[in-house]
Design a protein around this ligand. Structure first.
Ligand SMILES: Cc1ncc(COP(=O)(O)O)c(C=O)c1O
Length: 385
């Protein structure tokens, strides 16, 4: 039986694999997945229900309903001062996940390189490999988990025309690090005038606790594809709604991949997302969730630092990337397995996020404060045993 040979070069999602591995441990407290613990706000659910009740049951336009494309355009203008045309510069996708697949598939030819600052969310690399490209990593663990202009310039000098895209995910999963507007402007200066496309995964843009989120598209609109969605901002992971915006020519290519892969997203889910992104109530929903995440972050970072973990201050998203203290098991996979089996707390080993992640663990604080307190007490008991 013939299989796509590129599949032999990729592994199943390491986050989910580790989560599955420790899920059978009795009484385990899981801080593993990036899954908000909030319910979808009622007015958003109602919009989805209404869509069903009015028999909104036919194929939507491939690019997504007009209402959702307009809501996405409003959202980006209102929050980040980005301007896009709803008719020609927006594609609604099945989560940012499909956005990653569509954008990488749209720009990569066999042999092309895609720059991935690491440690990184482990979805970009396999998608590049499936497209026949070569993920090319920059270790950011010594530069506050951020790509620097010098590192970017170095990669461009080394790889020349082979380098067709750079992935920027900010705020970052797994580290929570994000770029200031000055840092983004400096990266844009290096990229301007090249043929490199920026794939800006900004799915956590609404969850920035220190300062304001800025998109690199502000500085480099003609070379940037922005990925966003409602999974994290509105706790709507299961609705599977994201979107990609960018210059018309690139969006046409992204739209082709999307159309052949999925035709279009589901109407009730798009109706819910339009309500989330297009209304003042939707903006307020996010602000309320963000205030809770901020309190959890402050608690967890402080408590873990007191236990000896070194933690880069997470400016956004809902993860803490904590360096295992000296004197404890330094292999992050062995440490995480023991912590799960003996300490009853599940975290993700940092090496699941690739280069620069070894020696760290990622904890998700998309969990109640009570659960976080229990987790800290268990970790304290585990490491002092
Ligand atoms: C950085 C990053 N990008 C994309 C996604 C996928 O988002 P979605 O649920 O919208 O597909 C995630 C989910 O964890 C993520 O952390």
């Amino acid at each position: 039986m013939s299989l796509n040979e590129r599949l032999t070069q990729i592994q199943p999602n390491a986050i989910r694999a580790f989560d599955a591995q420790i899920s059978d441990v009795a009484d385990i407290l899981k801080l593993t997945l990036g899954e908000p613990d909030f319910n979808v706000p009622t007015h958003i659910k109602q919009a989805a229900i209404d869509s069903i009740l009015v028999d909104d049951s036919h194929y939507a336009p491939a690019a997504g309903t007009q209402a959702l494309r307009e809501a996405a355009v409003h959202f980006l203008d209102d929050r980040y001062n980005l301007q896009y045309d709803a008719d020609s510069q927006v594609i609604v996708t099945l989560g940012a996940t499909e956005g990653i697949y569509d954008t990488i598939t749209a720009v990569v030819n066999p042999g092309d390189r895609v720059l991935v600052p690491a440690p990184n969310f482990p979805l970009y690399d396999p998608t590049v490999v499936l497209a026949g490209g070569v993920p090319t990593y920059v270790d950011t663990s010594a530069t506050d988990f951020l790509l620097t202009p010098d590192q970017l310039r170095g990669a461009i000098d080394t790889y020349g025309d082979q380098l067709v895209a750079v992935v920027l995910n900010y705020p970052s999963n797994p580290t929570g690090a994000t770029y200031t507007s000055e840092q983004l402007s400096a990266l844009a200066d290096v990229l301007r005038g090249t043929d490199i496309t920026v794939i800006a995964d900004e799915i956590y843009s609404e969850l920035v606790y220190d300062g304001q989120h800025t998109s690199i598209a502000q500085y480099l609109p003609d070379q940037t594809l922005v990925l966003n969605g409602v999974s994290k901002s509105h706790a709507m992971t299961g609705y599977r709604i994201g979107f990609v915006v960018g210059p018309t020519k690139l969006i046409r290519a992204v739209g082709l991949i999307h159309q052949f892969a999925v035709t279009s997203a589901s109407n009730p889910a798009m109706a819910g997302a339009a309500e989330a992104l297009g209304t003042e109530a939707g903006r307020q929903d996010t602000l309320a969730m963000k205030a809770e995440y901020a309190a959890r972050r402050d608690y967890l970072v402080k408590a873990l630092r007191e236990l000896g973990f070194a933690i880069p201050q997470p400016a956004g998203a809902f993860y803490v990337f904590a360096q295992i203290p000296d004197g404890l098991e330094q292999d992050d996979v062995a440490f995480s397995l023991a912590l799960a089996q003996e300490g009853k707390v599940a975290v993700i080993p940092g090496s699941a996020f690739g280069i620069g992640g070894a020696g760290y663990i990622r904890l998700s604080y998309a969990a109640s404060l009570a659960d976080l307190q229990t987790a800290v007490a268990r970790i304290a008991a585990f490491i002092t045993d």
